[in-house]
Design a protein around this ligand. Structure first.
Ligand code: BGC
Length: 364
């Protein structure tokens, strides 16, 4: 009888305990909401690396060496965005499997970065294939995320995933929302709280943020945008942007030029605030044929504008073109390094295609 009598009292008690536990659990998951801003803050100042390095075809031909991770750290960078183009090694005959040697190289790069306390973004940089034939390449895209997710299970939180660089072309903003949801669902099976980076369609353009559809319940997303405006300045001399002979364009940092930058970044910041998402400026830069003084002025202004808004950033890129480091001479392009990492920049402590396709304005 007593037992029977206690039961109705015990149930609410049990229910209460369950509610307390559940609230704590939900709280932990939601803590990711705050945490992802911290994750983004820790990305801080980064550089894009390894994207077009022959190392992926033949390890011995690699340009990027282990010591560059140390040099990046010593120079004051906090993270690297590793641009991955794995599709060429994936085919139907092997079930789209990524090879052992590909994973070995990836692990080498990740471990070297970790040894220098650099955070790592694993960026699927297959935007050209995905933009020209999304339907055909979808199988590789999803197979990639399935395998990378499995491979990185247990990786520290300092390893972040970026679903796809610059969705563009036939991968329209609407279609991209579907593709990103599918990849994210695969990633979340094994990485429920890892910080995942995702950006808007149309080459991660600020102007297309409004079309980006993110799962509202996922509080561990960092939103990325790329910034190369004005294209006539940043891509002067670049053949793939139809600007091979259009050289000598300056960026003087006039009020009008700064105004454009401020307006563009404010637009992204407003969107981010409304949607409660942290922002990574995942690519920006000016081609190495642009006048050096203008490049320095431009980069200083872009970095300052990003940091003032509490964004992390990653410069495009270490080697190849737009370069920050001259591998042949084994030395920094000093003015670029100083423009990116200067005392004048406030700290990050506050919370437009490749070759065949072209970024916004590429043909103007
Ligand atoms: C592309 C590069 C290009 C850079 C600037 C990157 O996303 O992968 O090929 O040079 O953007 O346009």
């Amino acid at each position: 009888m007593n037992g029977m009598a206690r039961l109705p009292q015990g149930r609410p008690a049990l229910l209460l305990t369950a509610i307390v536990i559940l609230t704590a659990l939900v709280g932990q998951v939601r803590a990711g909401a705050t945490d992802v801003f911290e994750q983004n803050r820790k990305l801080g100042r980064g550089v894009n690396i390894l994207g077009y390095d022959p190392i992926w075809r033949a390890r011995a031909q690699g340009r990027f060496q282990a010591k560059y991770f140390r040099l990046l750290k010593e120079a004051g960078f906090n993270s690297v965005r590793i641009n991955l183009q794995p599709f060429r090694g994936m085919n139907p005959t092997n079930g789209y499997a990524l090879s052992e040697s590909w994973f070995e190289l990836l692990d080498w790069a990740v471990h070297q970065a970790q040894a220098q306390d650099l955070r790592v973004i694993l960026d699927l940089h297959e935007f050209t294939s995905m933009g020209s034939d999304p339907a055909t390449n979808k199988v590789k895209y999803l197979a990639f995320w399935r395998q990378l997710s499995a491979h990185c299970q247990g990786a520290p939180e300092s390893v972040l995933f970026e679903v796809l660089n610059e969705p563009s072309g036939k991968l329209t903003p609407a279609l991209w929302n579907e593709y990103l949801a599918e990849a994210l669902a695969i990633i979340r099976e094994k990485h429920p709280t890892r910080a995942v980076i995702v950006g808007p369609g149309y080459w991660n353009s600020i102007d297309h943020l409004d079309e980006l559809g993110l799962p509202a319940a996922d509080h561990n997303l960092i939103v990325t945008v790329h910034y190369y405006a004005p294209m006539d300045f940043t891509h002067q001399g670049a053949a793939w942007a139809n600007r091979k002979d259009k050289l000598g364009i300056e960026w003087l940092g006039t009020e009008a030029e700064l105004d454009v930058l401020r307006r563009d970044f404010d637009k992204a910041a407003k969107w981010a605030k409304q949607h409660d998402r942290p922002v990574l400026l995942g690519e920006f830069g000016a081609y190495d044929q642009a006048p050096m003084e203008s490049r320095v002025r431009y980069l200083t202004s872009v970095v300052r504008a990003a940091e003032q808004r509490g964004w992390s950033w990653a410069y495009w890129q270490f080697d190849s073109d737009f370069i920050l480091y001259d591998i042949g001479r084994d030395s920094w392009i000093e003015p670029i390094r100083r423009a990116l990492i200067s005392d004048a920049s406030p700290s990050t402590s506050q919370p437009s295609s490749k070759r065949t396709l072209s970024k916004p304005g590429a043909s103007q």
